[in-house]
Design a protein around this ligand. Structure first.
Ligand SMILES: *Cc1c(COP(=O)(O)O)cnc(C)c1O
Length: 343
């Protein structure tokens, strides 16, 4: 076996466990009921036949929702699969892949598996785009926007400038963009080297369905298609995703609630002496000067509340808290107050 360090996902408690789960940025609200209806009808039809390798109906729906041509869209088994396809299709073994850190740790895992070279450019303390990122001679550059785990955003005009300056393909990973004020899809017509990634896992409450969307110039999309499995997205998932994109008001209402709860959560954390960078995602990153957060995360878990603590340099003193329901966040804040008071 090769010795690449694995991507470590957040903990998924066993079914039935009574926990408040604020550790993997899932949506606390259910998806559109139309998703289940469509999948139920699909079940009654046929699972005997292979799914459409091109997810044609789903891509047509996405094209009309996002105002992007159908041939500029590829569907993945989650945007994680699309990230993997991008590395395989774009990067030669030994080639450089650049991205600012801290960020989504899967990028590093994928680069290592491909035996490519990760060039990690640190974000400054205020999470602005590091100018050195554009200087790297990378065939692929990742920008997670809003960034995980900070929740911060780089303005779209600066992403356009980055797209002009990078040497190869620029991937803007917009997993959390529905919780933000702006997005990068409008860059596509002018920048044939830009790929925008979306997922139904966060804002659409469908992490279990596994649907990601890549938007890019048709030539780039063609290149990705040549390295994907033919049947990467199953029949039921295609039907469910098409239904979800056909019912945006449910997603938008859930996003509005999460934004409102986020405002409260940030204010309360600041009251407790935490520093929280401005988040445009469905999570916040909280630090309290001079205090390691590992024991705090442990004490919260003992009280049945899971948040994410990253035991890596640069993030050891931080907690990432997913924005849950108002009730979940109230319970989290009560537990946090008790833990902090307890030493
Ligand atoms: C959740 C997440 C993904 C993965 O989304 P899936 O569609 O569930 O695979 C990709 N990038 C970032 C930054 C994420 O947070």
């Amino acid at each position: 076996m090769r010795a690449t360090p694995p991507y470590v996902p957040g903990e998924q408690p066993k079914a039935g466990a009574q926990v408040i789960k604020l550790n993997t940025n899932e949506n606390p609200y259910p998806p559109s009921p139309r998703v289940l209806d469509a999948m139920g009808r699909g079940l009654a039809e046929t699972l005997r036949l292979y799914p459409d390798p091109d997810a044609t109906a789903l891509r047509r729906r996405a094209a009309s929702v996002y105002g992007v041509p159908v041939d500029s869209i590829l569907v993945g088994n989650g945007s994680d699969e699309l990230l993997s396809l991008l590395v395989r299709a774009v990067v030669d073994p030994g080639g450089a892949v650049a991205y600012p850190v801290p960020t989504y740790s899967l990028y590093r895992t994928l680069v290592d598996l491909h035996e490519a070279r990760a060039v990690e450019v640190p974000f400054p303390g205020d999470w602005r785009l590091p100018p050195a990122l554009a200087e790297v001679e990378a065939s692929l550059t990742f920008l997670c926007n809003p960034n995980a785990p900070s929740g911060t955003v780089v303005p779209i005009a600066q992403i356009a400038e980055l797209a002009r300056r990078v040497h190869g393909v620029l991937v803007v990973d917009e997993a959390y963009v529905d919780f933000a004020a702006d997005h990068a899809l409008r860059l596509l017509p002018d920048y044939p080297n830009v790929v925008v990634l979306r997922t139904l896992s966060k804002s659409f409450s469908l992490a279990g369905l596994r649907v990601g969307l890549a938007f890019a110039h048709p030539d780039l999309i063609d290149g990705l298609r040549t390295v994907k499995d033919s049947y990467n997205v199953n029949r039921l998932t295609q039907l469910g995703a098409e239904a979800a994109l056909g019912d945006l008001p449910v997603m938008e209402r859930n996003v509005e609630r999460i934004r409102a709860t986020r405002t409260v959560l940030i204010a309360e954390l600041e009251q407790l002496g935490f520093t929280v960078p401005p988040s445009e995602a469905n999570f916040v990153l909280a630090r309290r000067a001079g205090r390691s957060m590992a024991p705090v995360a442990g004490a919260l878990a003992a009280r049945g509340i899971l948040v994410r603590h990253f035991a890596v340099p640069g993030l050891d003193d931080a907690l990432r808290i997913t924005v849950g329901t108002d009730e979940e966040i109230a319970a989290f804040l009560a537990a946090l107050r008790a833990v902090l008071a307890g030493g």
